[in-house]
Design a protein around this ligand. Structure first.
Ligand code: 13P
Length: 287
């Protein structure tokens, strides 16, 4: 059931668990995530970066695929279709295409410009029933061309953006997209606690979910994180399973070259990874 992400994240914040945002890249990814959410009776957010949207032939194609798949698979758990790290123009494109939720990433603008653009997009999104995420501070590393220095958010700026009426807020707390380097200092719980205190009961978003140790995830949830984004870990699971299939020569046996067979181990690996994360985040049976 396609919905915006507000209610599921308010409930998660109150219930002290987090809903996973899993990024999609194609039909297999989308199907794997939807079926796993349904099996576990968990709400879920499908994240689409601008790069992945382009790869899948544009946001209209993505929205059409997700809507049709949601119906054909008989998905009854709440599913939000969400733009990840959207530009100003990207947000309007997704609104028009029929997404149920957007993220406006104005973190690289001076705070006044971030405030002005976020204010406008909050009004437009809410007028049409979409939920909206904003960002303060930046997420380190690179995701689909979006590069961030990884500075921690200023709690006062978080309050300023939260007060504009956004539904959930991403605050940089030392998190990074992609794999964490060996010398990573870990999440700044000091920053997270300060942000949480300033923004009241606003659901907070933890980007860069790949590779964050389980105990840090649990602590982050206890400090107001209600949405956790995972992308790279699903990609790595898919890649490892596909590599194993080919290295075992299975693509050379019988009809092992059939894409439905070739992509099956990767598909199963995504299902397993999403299940592991939903159990860790506590969203199972919360639909
Ligand atoms: P990872 O690729 O590090 O899991 O980050 C995902 C993310 O934050 C999407 O916005």
């Amino acid at each position: 059931m396609l919905v915006n992400a507000k209610e599921m994240l308010d409930k998660a914040r109150d219930g002290k668990y987090a809903v996973g945002q899993f990024n999609i890249n194609n039909l297999e990814w989308t199907k794997a995530i939807l079926l796993t959410a349904q099996k576990l009776n968990s709400p879920v957010i499908l994240g689409v970066s601008e790069g992945a949207g382009k790869y899948m032939c544009g946001f209209k194609t993505v929205a059409a695929m997700v809507k049709a798949m949601d119906e054909s698979l008989g998905i009854t758990v709440p599913v939000a279709l969400h733009l990840d790290h959207g530009s100003y123009d990207g947000c309007y494109k997704c609104i028009k295409a029929g997404f149920t939720s957007i993220m406006f990433d104005g973190s690289h603008f001076p705070i006044d410009e971030n405030v002005a653009k976020t204010t406008e997009l909050v009004n437009v999104a809410h007028g049409l029933g979409l939920s909206i995420e904003a960002e303060v501070g930046s997420i380190g590393g690179e995701e689909d061309g979006v590069v961030g220095a990884g500075e921690c958010a200023d709690p006062n700026e978080c309050k300023m953006i939260a007060d504009l009426g956004v539904d959930f807020l991403a605050a940089g707390i030392g998190n990074i997209h992609g794999k964490y380097p060996e010398n990573w200092a870990g999440l700044s719980f000091e920053t997270l606690a300060a942000v949480n205190e300033k923004v009241g009961d606003m659901p907070l978003v933890l980007h860069g979910g790949t590779g964050i140790p389980d105990d840090m995830i649990t602590k982050a949830i206890s400090l107001g994180v209600a949405k956790i984004n995972v992308n790279t870990e699903c990609q790595l699971s898919f890649q490892e399973a596909t590599r194993a299939y080919i290295e075992a020569g299975k693509d050379l046996q019988g009809k092992g070259f059939d894409p439905r067979k070739l992509l099956a181990p990767g598909f199963d690996a995504i299902c397993a990874k999403v299940e592991e994360k939903m159990r860790l985040f506590g969203s199972v049976d919360k639909a």
